[in-house]
Design a binder for this molecule. Structure first.
Ligand SMILES: NC(=O)c1ccc[n+]([C@@H]2O[C@H](COP(=O)([O-])OP(=O)(O)OC[C@H]3O[C@@H](n4cnc5c(N)ncnc54)[C@H](OP(=O)(O)O)[C@@H]3O)[C@@H](O)[C@H]2O)c1
Length: 266
């Protein structure tokens, strides 16, 4: 068992399901005190009840990533209860299944509010405390789609690409303060992201896509991610063969474009 995170305070957004839930379990096993955030409090309580160290050792803090005005108070609550924040895991996010031409701009904005402004806003609220201590790590869950934009996910791809721009700049800005930034690009992970994804009407896609159902488990993903965060990596890619798409696009952009035009994306 890793002890790299013993007694560290790790705040995870999107902790009510999928990758966030698996990360909460893995960090708790590694000795961390976990702050679990998402909108669904009952799901957060369910996850907290399963964590190593006992539910009372960890903190359930409901948070809507679109309610950026609530972030300062949330940071104050975590700081009051835990003293400081060692790791912020910006994981909460919303998938998309719909063609750009069918998708009203309102849906693009909703996805950007959660996936981009939510992560950026919470980071801005947490950062002053980390800089004052001269320590801390901001982890950002992007996607392979943050490099390779796949059909039916135009707003999702845009939100993940935008994270790369913001957090790569931030990494350079804060380096001298001792604060670190880690960008994570998962391939497919077996979660309910496709079930929760927005379609072009703003409703739920409500289907477990085959690629999702056959993907790496969230627990395997979380175990790999913890060891790579502990190694202090700036950027981490974890997944199946699809993570090679990042290199394929860089080395063979025309072939990649042809594949993206022809392949079927659910
Ligand atoms: N699964 C994959 O294949 C995959 C691949 C690449 C990247 N990712 C990224 O991994 C992250 C986690 O996704 P997942 O696969 O674990 O999907 P998931 O099971 O659908 O989890 C998404 C999480 O985000 C939270 N969330 C959604 N909207 C929110 C809002 N407005 N405010 C606060 N929390 C919100 C959800 O909680 P509530 O509904 O309770 O608020 C949930 O905990 C996302 O950033 C996703 O883009 C996933």
């Amino acid at each position: 068992m890793s002890t790299a995170f013993a007694d560290q305070v790790v705040w995870i957004t999107g902790a009510s399901s999928g990758i966030g839930e698996a990360l909460a379990r893995a960090f708790a096993v590694a000795g961390a005190r976990v702050v679990l955030s998402a909108r669904r409090e009952t799901e957060l309580q369910r996850v907290a009840a399963t964590l190593a160290g006992g539910a009372e050792h960890h903190i359930v803090l409901p948070l809507d990533l679109t309610a950026t005005d609530t972030f300062p108070a949330a940071v104050a609550t975590v700081t009051a209860r835990c003293g400081h924040i060692d790791l912020l895991i910006n994981n909460g996010g919303l998938g998309q299944r719909g063609f750009a031409v069918d998708t009203p701009l309102e849906i693009d904005r909703r996805i950007m509010e959660v996936n981009y402004f939510g992560q950026v806003g919470l980071t801005k609220a947490v950062l002053p405390g980390m800089i004052a201590r001269g320590a801390g790590r901001v982890v950002v869950i992007s996607s392979v789609v943050g490099y390779v934009a796949t059909p039916r996910r135009s707003a999702y791809a845009a939100s993940k690409h935008a994270l790369h721009g913001f957090f790569n700049a931030l990494r350079a800005e804060v380096h001298a303060t001792g604060v670190r930034v880690t960008l994570v690009c998962p391939g497919y992970v077996r979660t309910e992201i496709s079930v929760h994804a927005l379609d072009s009407t703003g409703g739920r896609h409500a289907k477990m896509d085959t690629t999702q159902a056959n993907a790496m488990s969230a627990d395997v993903f979380a175990a790999r991610l913890l060891s790579q965060i502990a190694a202090g990596r700036d950027e981490i890619h974890i997944g199946g063969r699809e993570v090679w798409a990042v290199r394929l696009q860089r080395w063979l952009p025309r072939l990649t474009a042809r594949i993206l035009r022809r392949a079927k994306f659910s």
